[in-house]
Write a protein that binds this ligand. Structure first.
Ligand code: HEM
Ligand code: HEM
Length: 217
């Protein structure tokens, strides 16, 4: 264990994560309500899209632990991580482990498919996504089915994600959820270079602007 607990998650990553959790929960609830509530569903969806685009940008321009290059590795390192996951010792990586890293990428892609298909979706009655007009009814219906189907994939991934976190707690004694709240992993080896939080603002503004452009196409 290092003398000063390593701070591994910067504020933008932590805010991104918990805002995402809240907005996904709200999206689910508002989609089930249907009717006029779908308007709020779409607003939550635009916010999720902006957050995910921001996270992709931050994956290239953000803190060391947030960068894709720091956590997306080839099969040999992934297999080594799998073997390490089975042992009781905490994993000392100051960021995502090589298996968890791919899970992050898969979840981000799944969220992009969910929001992307939502933009073209329709509910046959009152509501349609802002890009419905470019798709026409037949293609929109197909993308609406994808929106439904992919939601189940997303749910499955989230269940797996939470089970993995429980595994880390029970088998390896790692408190990952707390780390995603305060940013620190006392058991991690080394301190990643963290970017100041203000550096995220222009990227967040750019992604929000991009989503506004898409929605008003
Ligand atoms: C750009 C963002 C989004 C837009 C524009 C959008 C739009 C829509 C529309 C128009 C429907 C109605 C389709 C129907 O009733 O068959 C719908 C349904 C649904 N959406 Fe979204 N959505 C977005 C993002 C999301 C996200 C992020 C989630 C989940 C995290 C989600 C989950 C669902 C679910 C589960 C339904 C099906 C509700 C049901 O019929 O039971 N959507 N969405
Ligand atoms: C809608 C549900 C959820 C989604 C879509 C989601 C998605 C994500 C994503 C994309 C990341 C990567 C963060 C980044 O690098 O920017 C992540 C990490 C993480 N999430 Fe979630 N998450 C969800 C729910 C939860 C819940 C309920 C918990 C806690 C019980 C949780 C705990 C964590 C932790 C601890 C990490 C960091 C993992 C590590 O240390 O490598 N997540 N999640």
């Amino acid at each position: 264990m290092s003398a000063t607990p390593a701070k591994v998650w910067d504020l933008p990553v932590r805010l991104f994560h918990w805002a995402l959790v809240i907005l996904c929960g709200f999206s689910w609830w508002s989609a089930e309500e249907g009717g006029l509530t779908l308007q709020y569903h779409m607003w939550a969806g635009y916010s999720i899209l902006a957050l995910v685009i921001f996270r992709v940008m931050w994956g290239f321009a953000g803190s060391a632990s947030a960068r894709f290059a720091s956590f997306l590795h080839g099969p040999a390192r992934v297999m080594a991580a799998v073997r390490e996951l089975l042992t009781p010792a905490p994993m000392q990586v100051a960021g995502h482990n090589p298996l968890g890293g791919w899970m992050v990428a898969v979840m981000l892609v799944c969220l992009l498919v969910q929001t992307g298909s939502g933009l073209f979706a329709n509910d046959d009655i009152l509501n349609e996504g802002p890009l419905y007009k470019y798709a026409g009814k037949a293609l929109s219906d197909t993308l609406t089915s994808l929106h439904h189907l992919n939601f189940n994939v997303l749910l499955g991934l989230v269940v797996l994600h939470v089970l993995a976190i429980v595994w880390h707690r029970v088998r390896k004694g790692e408190r990952l959820t707390a780390a995603m709240v305060h940013g620190r992993k006392p058991w991690a080896d080394g301190q990643p270079r963290l970017a100041p939080a203000w550096r995220a603002l222009p990227w967040l503004a750019a992604s929000a602007g991009l989503v506004m452009l898409i929605v008003n196409l």
